[in-house]
Design a protein around this ligand. Structure first.
Ligand code: DP6
Length: 306
């Protein structure tokens, strides 16, 4: 069987777990599922448990993480799973979200086809919290109770561009860094502000108010990276090049070309813009000197390939 799951980019970030078992987030998050970047995953019978990522067999801790997730669905470990990312792996381009969403769909279809949607979402979160949002298309909210639902949004009015500043794998996992942030005294202020932003984002999306959407998105990302720096003794996933892109976006806005940026556990910047301005955005982003990948918003999340 073969499945595909698209990546998703959080506009309102998930950072911090209220519970690890079950996995529940400390604040709601809201993302857009992107059509043109994702993970394609297949399952075949084999003599032992094997997991190949982009052609390379996983070993050690990485393999054990996949085996632990697999065991949530089945104890028959004689399978070979093969996953290919169309986004650079582990470079903050959300490949773990699409990877676990695809793996989770594959396991549900193979071993638990009767599993209810809500239970499946909760199971997916053990792999990666952000993967839950790739199970649906469009704008998706992962709630504090662990469920996901769509947020009404004019998906065709918007697109995203990923500015690939550095596609090498990240050195510090988001899981470990997130845990560190949880113990910082400022965590609760972040939680309160991000909850408020999620509420405001639902309103902004309903009103199709691009500047409100973009401003909330930048504020969530910069607040998250601020908390990471505070709780990590100055550590940052963002580099000087990432900050230069945020500055370039601000300059573009001051000249009337509205674009907003966001970044995850890596230096790459994802840019949200209006579909009607795509030509101007392409011309502008080309001047930054990095490869750029463009994507429409996906209408469908993780799916079985025919
Ligand atoms: C910065 O989903 O990778 O991308 O649940 O521990 O696997 P775990 O974390 P993960 O965290 C993603 C955090 C983020 C923001 C986001 O996607 O909301």
């Amino acid at each position: 069987m073969k499945v595909y799951a698209p990546i998703n980019i959080a506009l309102i970030k998930y950072w911090g777990k209220a519970s690890e078992d079950p996995v529940l987030p400390s604040t709601p998050s809201i993302s857009l599922t992107l059509e043109d970047l994702g993970s394609e995953t297949t399952l075949e019978t084999s003599d032992a448990f094997k997991f190949t990522l982009n052609g390379t067999p996983l070993q050690g801790e990485a393999l054990e993480k996949m085996r632990t997730f697999f065991r949530l669905f089945s104890s028959d470990e004689k399978v070979h799973i093969s996953s290919v990312n169309t986004a650079p792996t582990a470079a903050g381009v959300a490949s773990s979200a699409s990877g676990f969403a695809a793996f989770s769909l594959l396991l549900k279809e193979t071993y638990a086809p009767e599993l209810a949607f809500d239970a499946w979402v909760k199971q997916t979160a053990y792999g990666s919290g952000s993967a839950t949002r790739s199970l649906l298309g469009g704008a998706v909210m992962w709630h504090e109770n662990g469920q996901v639902s769509n947020v009404p949004f004019h998906a065709d009015h918007y697109q995203m561009a990923v500015v690939m500043i550095d596609t090498r794998p990240k050195k510090v996992s988001s899981r470990a860094q997130m845990k560190q942030s949880l113990t910082h005294p400022n965590f609760h202020d972040w939680q309160r502000r991000n909850r408020d932003r999620a509420e405001a984002m639902i309103q902004a999306m309903a009103a199709d108010d691009f500047n409100a959407i973009g401003t909330l998105m930048e504020s969530s990302t910069l607040d998250m990276h601020g908390l990471i720096a505070l709780s990590g003794g100055g550590f940052s996933y963002l580099t000087d090049a990432s900050m230069a892109v945020f500055n370039a976006l601000r300059d573009a806005r001051s000249q009337g070309l509205n674009m907003y940026g966001t970044a995850d556990a890596g230096p790459n910047i994802k840019v949200l813009f209006e579909t009607s301005h795509r030509d101007k955005v392409e011309t502008f982003l080309a001047t930054l000197g990095y490869p750029v990948v463009y994507s429409k918003i996906a209408l469908e999340g993780a799916r079985i390939c025919t």
